[in-house]
Design a protein around this ligand. Sequence first.
Ligand code: CA
Length: 236
Amino acid sequence: MDSKKKILVVEDEKNIAQVLAYNIKKEGYDCDIAYDGESGLNMALENRYDLILLDIMLPKMTGFEVCERIRYKSQVPIIFVTAREEEKDKILGLETGADDYVTKPFSFKELISRIRANIRRSSGEIVTEKKEDTSETIVVGELVIDTGRYSVTKNGEEVELSKKDYDLILFLAQNLGMSYSREDLLEKIWGYDDYYGDIRTVDVTVSRIRKKIENDPARPEYLMTKRGVGYYLCKR
Ligand code: CA
């Protein structure tokens, strides 16, 4: 059996780094984390990684610099993961030798598929890009969820959602009519398997979503509470 592919996450925001690592490990990869640019560079040069996820704004050394310096020595696939979405950053990132670029917010599904594609590409397998295969459109009553555009529309009008709002709606829509406990949702949407925080995080997110998608948030018709269980999305 092949040994596990190994990924390095360079990200200074601890929560994000850990959620990334959790999701990456869930996909069967090994994963290390570096919390600043300098240690990220050192780890990248001292170990063999199959792919590196690199933030841009990092302490000690920017992601651009890290990328450039890794490229002197290694052709390991590098994906920038960043909140910055200016076109010049994208271009600079690719100029310093990155292979791909993911802008926050992104879905883990998309990130993982990019990771897979980049690892496959670098190990010489032929990959045909079929972007449309991974996107889907889910219609729930007046709501349309378009995973290609990461958008939710109601009666044709775009609903302004945060990343978590979107992830939660999408997950419940993909499992239409099925109820999930708040603990389940924390694990599946927030990626916290050992989350000791407040499960009311889920309640707050649900009530925020209701204000955006329900005709009357006090009497939800879509995002329903299943008493004693949790939440589900109704077919209507
Ligand atoms: Ca950062």
